[in-house]
Design a protein around this ligand. Structure first.
Ligand SMILES: [Zn+2]
Length: 121
């Protein structure tokens, strides 16, 4: 699991933690509190109950996160991507510095480039 990514989530995307808490019917402030505590003190310092909530609500956001999949704006269907985001990518992902895995990023920028030259001609 990636506590660096969790730190970024707390700073930039805390609503993701809150919605995960709601989905699991846990108090939002409890989950955000556990997340902050884990970032500062490490997962091992959590109590059994806190680990339980952490595993349910927080871990899915920072471990084996699947690429959302890049879909070209002209495509009718969402392209599924089965790639798991790298730990390093995950930090950038939650910093909103990247949207996809490397292979989808490459496709997205290739499409953006060809669109640009299409409109230039
Ligand atoms: Zn991908």
């Amino acid at each position: 699991m990636n506590l660096a990514a969790l730190d970024v989530i707390i700073d930039n995307n805390v609503e993701m933690l809150e919605s995960s808490a709601r989905e699991n019917k846990v108090d939002e402030t409890t989950i955000v509190g556990i997340a902050k505590y884990a970032v500062s003190n490490g997962y091992d310092k959590l109590s059994i109950a806190q680990k339980y909530h952490f595993d349910n609500c927080i871990k899915p956001l920072i471990e084996e996160v699947q690429c959302p999949g890049y879909t070209h704006e002209c495509d009718e269907y969402q392209r599924d991507c089965t790639n798991i985001l790298d730990d390093d990518d995950l930090v950038e992902y939650y910093q909103n510095a990247r949207d996809y895995c490397d292979s989808c990023e490459a496709q997205a920028s290739a499409d953006a480039h060809s669109k640009e030259s299409f409109f230039r001609d």
